[in-house]
Ligand binder design. Structure first.
Ligand SMILES: NC(=O)c1ccc[n+]([C@@H]2O[C@H](COP(=O)([O-])OP(=O)(O)OC[C@H]3O[C@@H](n4cnc5c(N)ncnc54)[C@H](O)[C@@H]3O)[C@@H](O)[C@H]2O)c1
Ligand SMILES: [Zn+2]
Ligand SMILES: [Zn+2]
Length: 401
């Protein structure tokens, strides 16, 4: 692949350099000198003035526990509905950490990671109607062809030629350039009323929290809500739950710091769920012994889904949004007569245009979700910081290109 895109006059030297330009996360982090490969990026032209290559830097899933900054060929338009975008900002998702642990079977080694960010359109295929070079865009974590059976049902998460593919089955947004299939259905114009950092939250965090948590959970005026998991996605649910004026938003997490941050963004209560705390009793005490009308599971482990079953009120809803890797018990022996609803969902990002309007109008404030900023060359550090969130107090880590 590299060979076909490199001018033949410099093919061999560059290919060798690319082949040796893979840095393990730790090696990259601890290297005090500039990696040799970066010279290829700065020196885009050889001394003879011949363009050497169209390479770019990319963060690659190089194997279990190995995010590696590598030189890769820049993507090109493969279909008329594609756009090539130049990334301006990206971020790291908990799902990227799942991939690095080897938990995501669909993501092969060698894939460029990332499914979030804002960018500038570099070029478009002949079939792209809504975007042109120079447009500033938000990249959706979900690719939508807009016309298949699932897209027409409002379920682009299961688009037959899209869904969650970026940074999963095709190269993602933690790279200088990205190919966006079905650009018309998968990009959104950026707006003027919010910073670029704030708009990165529209790629995944806000639509996931809103669609899988708030909409599925039927959050309503005056009702009580509990959100188990105060990570970025749980907080996205908390921010968007406020659109419906629930009377209480109770955040539950192991991390007291995250709960404090949640309170600054609108949570009414925080319950630290470390060993020894009776979380069920604490939630019941806050709800006149009834439990909550909506409980949103935003962690993805058996213990938290079981907790949801214990704190849901009569007639309430458990909206699961956590990604589960192991089986979980469903206590129908306790729940069969309680008139509850349980929902599951993969984010569709179909509400993103509406969420963007709210962000633009200042009615949905996402700035509090951004805790750290790095340059793209510091990607190794960014992964370290995000991966050790309990120690670093990281929520979303913004990476500037
Ligand atoms: N359904 C979807 O489409 C979709 C999309 C994106 C992310 N997700 C999933 O949403 C979940 C949340 O994502 P995130 O990025 O906020 O993750 P995160 O790992 O940053 O946050 C999870 C939070 O849960 C807390 N936690 C862990 N164990 C706990 C326990 N036993 N009790 C209480 N709290 C506990 C952690 O302290 C952390 O604050 C993940 O499972 C992620 O994969 C789902
Ligand atoms: Zn994500
Ligand atoms: Zn589709």
């Amino acid at each position: 692949m590299i060979r076909t895109r490199v001018a033949s006059i410099v093919l061999e030297p560059l290919s060798k350099a690319v082949a040796t330009a893979t840095y393990s996360h730790a090696a990259f982090r601890h290297s005090s000198s500039t990696p040799a490969s970066s010279h290829f990026l700065r020196r885009n032209f050889s001394s003879t003035g011949i363009r050497m290559s169209n390479t770019m830097k990319a963060l690659v899933f190089a194997g279990k526990g190995q995010p590696a900054l590598q030189d890769r060929p820049q993507p090109t338009i493969l279909k008329s509905t594609d756009a090539i975008v130049k990334m301006v900002k990206t971020t790291i998702c908990g799902t990227d950490l799942h991939i690095l642990k080897g938990d995501v079977a669909t993501c092969d080694t060698g894939q460029i990671l990332g499914h979030e960010g804002v960018a500038v359109v570099q070029s478009v295929g002949g079939g792209v109607q809504q975007f042109k070079p120079g447009d500033k865009v938000i990249v959706s974590c979900i690719t939508s062809c807009t016309s298949c059976e699932y897209c027409r049902k409002g379920m682009p998460s299961h688009c037959v030629d899209g869904g969650w593919i970026l940074g999963n089955t095709i190269d993602g947004t933690q790279a200088e350039y990205v190919r966006i299939p079905h650009a018309d259905g998968s990009l959104h114009p950026m707006v003027k009323g919010a910073t670029a950092d704030e708009q990165v939250m529209v790629s995944d965090v806000l639509p996931t929290g809103f669609e899988c948590g708030v909409l599925n959970g039927k959050v309503s005026p005056g009702n009580s809500v509990a959100i188990v998991g105060a990570g970025p996605v749980g907080l996205g649910a908390m921010l968007t739950a406020q659109l419906y004026s629930p009377s209480k938003i109770i955040m539950i997490d192991l991390d007291a710091n995250r709960l404090e941050m949640a309170k600054t963004m609108g949570a009414t209560h925080g319950v630290v769920s470390t060993a020894g705390t009776d979380v069920v009793a604490a939630v019941k005490a806050l709800t006149d012994g009834k439990g909550v009308d909506t409980v949103i599971e935003a962690v993805g482990v058996p213990a938290t889904f079981e907790l949801c079953q214990e704190i849901v009120a009569l007639g309430g809803t458990i909206a699961n949004l956590g990604v589960h890797g192991t089986k979980v018990d469903l206590h129908l022996e306790n729940l069969w007569d309680r008139n509850i609803t349980i929902t599951t969902r993969l984010v569709d990002a179909s509400t993103s245009p509406m969420l963007i309007k709210l962000v633009d109008a200042g009615k949905l404030k996402t700035a509090g979700l951004v805790t750290h900023t790095y340059k793209f060359s510091e990607m190794g550090q960014a992964y370290d910081t995000f991966g050790a969130a309990a120690k670093t107090n990281a929520l979303k880590v913004i990476i500037d290109f």
